[in-house]
Design a protein around this ligand. Structure first.
Ligand code: ZN
Length: 252
């Protein structure tokens, strides 16, 4: 399929080409590493934060490893999308479904599920939506819902077909087993303690009003009230903060 209409897909193809990744399965964590982006995978129990990208230094990515690993892979690819598409903007997200995030999602979809490779994978597969989704999940290690949505976005299935598929409430594992494919296991939950430099960064973000105190508190595993003793907490707008550009300190 063509990537012309979507510069985000073209950017995903360009990154695959740049790193000589071919058209098959990619590991977004390894890709971030190769790009010099630091990755922190850490479980935040209340699910208040899904991921974060900050351009500071070489850039760093935070992924809430409480989520299923297919979700973590998508989050990491989404944050790499911000890195490639949005340069020095910072993103802190409680959900990747914010409307403004579609560009990073568009990148993540095409980066994880390469359109050319997918075309080859599905070349011999009959037009049976559940089977097509299962093959996509198997080949590219994405969730069943992400795979279905990607097939829809790539124009390979129609919207009613996607709706019908989603209504059947497959899980990643049940869908793969149904088609005789082997679900991949869940890797570890990442690190169990935030590295000191990351704790420090989270506190600075709270201080700058770019990260809501409650969210930082759940990342750091403390009560929000305790943060008041650690930093001067600014009023942070939890949604507005998601798209804050990095303004120079001198700008007020
Ligand atoms: Zn985002």
């Amino acid at each position: 399929m063509s990537t012309d209409r979507y510069p985000q897909r073209a950017a995903a193809a360009a990154l695959r080409f740049e790193l000589d990744l071919g058209h098959g399965l990619v590991d977004p964590f390894e890709v971030a590493d190769r790009l010099g982006i630091e990755v922190v995978r850490f479980p935040v129990g209340d699910g208040s934060i899904e991921g974060m990208y900050r351009p500071d230094g070489g850039g760093y990515i935070f992924v809430n490893s409480q989520a299923s690993f297919v979700r973590q892979r998508f989050t990491a690819a989404h944050e790499i999308g911000h890195h490639r598409l949005h340069g020095d903007q910072a993103f802190i997200e409680s959900s990747l479904d914010e409307p403004d995030d579609w560009e990073a999602n568009c990148f993540a979809e095409a980066f994880l599920v390469d359109p050319v490779g997918l075309g080859r994978q599905l070349g011999e597969v009959e037009h049976d939506v559940s089977r097509m989704v299962a093959v996509t999940c198997e080949a590219y290690w994405v969730s069943q819902s992400a795979a279905g949505i990607i097939l829809r976005h790539f124009g390979l299935i129609a919207q009613p077909e996607l709706d019908g598929f989603l209504e059947r409430n497959w899980t990643y594992a049940s869908l793969l087993r149904e088609y005789g494919l082997k679900p991949r296991g869940e890797p570890d939950r990442g690190i169990t303690q935030l590295p000191p430099q990351f704790r420090e960064r989270a506190l600075r973000l709270v201080e700058a009003g770019q990260l809501a105190a409650e969210r930082a508190a759940s990342m750091l595993g403390v009560e929000s009230a305790e943060l008041n003793g650690l930093v001067a907490v600014e009023e942070a707008d939890p949604l507005g903060s998601a798209l804050l550009a990095d303004f120079p300190d001198s700008l007020d």
